[in-house]
Design a protein around this ligand. Structure first.
Ligand code: SF4
Length: 392
């Protein structure tokens, strides 16, 4: 039964933990897919959706992974029909992550028919050798072909994910990739520097001395990204995220976040609540942070017994949670309007973190005016270190 007294959660993340093969740099929870396990997972996910549905009225949904587009039409239809029955469709923004090797016209049509209106495509590079180096299963041609299929199916909001500072990637290659990506005219662009996570093949190669990290080149590549994205009509709104404004939007009334920014992620960075379903997914609901088991078998076992597969849950002290929210929000170019921070956390940034704000401003990493605190372009490059100061 829905609790009419409670405010229902408006954001839903679904983790789909299957990939055709593991990429060399990836530390996300995912595994090679077998048809049988995916069917079992699909049924378990439907059960988990049923458990939380009454507390949800989604404005944003994000299906990430893993490779959500690896699920076949029948498996997707099972999930989407269940969501329809549970009144979970109709979100303003409903994103599915797709690998270019697994997009088809039939899948794109099914997605559109059920209200999925945003696709995030994991491109990473448009250089064949680098795609191979990263262990991606798709070719550059598949990127262009899939993009055309999605456009033909009516998707008007597509994100391209790109990576830079990949071992053996030169500035010339990066420029060419950015140039081709700009020509695709997507609505959104996310671009991250390669990270070397423990227990990944790329990290092992680094440790074995097969290549070295060139920090200076990585910084120059980031500058190139900002420059080409800005010249290409994108607005940077977070360290790694760029979006266009919808043609009908007058930017002056939309403040500093472009209208085609990913609303789902903006909710995270602004400290909003969200359900996280599927193996390894985290959620933050009614002040409690949860994390599901990072094990698909265990996830299915639990849900088959009618229980959510929560490994841990934690209710954070309000000041600690506010510190985390401060840190997330500083990743955004808009920084924190003081009033908005207070609405989100009940704390005043100017009282609790005055010393930290001064310290960052003196270093040239941040600026402060009467209504907001934000990192400067230089500060954004070191946002993780700046954000750490706010954690309690
Ligand atoms: S496709 Fe994505 S989730 Fe899967 S292994 Fe590659 S990077 Fe990781």
């Amino acid at each position: 039964m829905a609790n009419p007294a409670a405010i229902r959660v408006t954001s839903l993340y679904v983790h789909i933990p299957f990939c055709a093969q593991k990429c060399a740099y990836c530390a996300f929870y995912s595994e090679a897919a077998s048809g049988e396990l995916i069917n079992r997972y699909t049924a378990a996910l439907v059960r988990e959706l049923e458990i939380v549905a009454d507390d949800l009225i989604p404005k944003t949904i994000f299906c990430g992974g893993g490779t959500p587009s690896l699920l076949n039409l029948r498996q997707w239809e099972t999930i989407l029909r269940a969501m329809e029955k549970l009144n979970l469709l109709g979100a303003e923004e409903f994103t599915v992550e797709c690998n270019p090797a697994t997009v088809s016209a039939d899948k794109a049509k099914l997605f559109r028919d059920f209200g999925i209106n945003r696709i995030s495509m994991g491109v990473q590079s448009l250089d064949e050798k680098l795609l191979d180096r990263l262990g991606r299963i798709h070719s550059r041609e598949m990127v262009f072909k899939s993009f055309d299929i999605l456009r033909a199916a009516g998707f008007e909001n597509i994100n391209l994910d790109l990576m830079f500072a990949i071992p053996s990637q030169t500035m010339e290659i990066w420029r060419a990739t950015l140039h081709e990506a700009m020509a695709m005219q997507s609505e959104h662009l996310s671009s991250y520097e390669v990270i070397y996570e423990d227990d990944t093949p790329l990290f092992e190669q680094l440790k074995a001395g097969e290549f070295s990290v060139d920090e200076k080149l990585a910084c120059e590549m980031y500058e190139e990204l900002i420059s080409q994205a800005t010249n290409g009509g994108f607005h940077q709104y977070e360290i790694a995220n760029f979006a266009r404004d919808a043609k009908s939007i007058n930017r002056s009334i939309h403040q500093s976040i472009p209208s085609l920014a990913c609303q789902h992620n903006v909710n995270y960075w602004r400290g909003g609540s969200f359900y996280g379903l599927g193996p390894s997914a985290t959620g933050y609901v009614h002040g409690v942070r949860t994390k599901n088991w990072s094990n698909t078998q265990l996830y299915c076992d639990q849900l088959e017994k009618g229980k959510r597969a929560i490994e841990s849950s934690e209710e954070l002290p309000p000041l600690r949670r506010a510190g985390e929210i401060a840190a997330f929000g500083l990743r955004m170019n808009a920084g924190w309007p003081f009033a908005e921070f207070e609405r989100a956390t009940s704390f005043d940034l100017r009282n609790e973190w005055a010393a930290e704000m001064n310290q960052l401003a003196e270093r040239g990493w941040a600026s402060r005016d009467t209504d907001r605190f934000q990192l400067t372009p230089q500060g954004l490059r070191f946002a993780d270190s700046a954000a750490e100061l706010f954690l309690r």
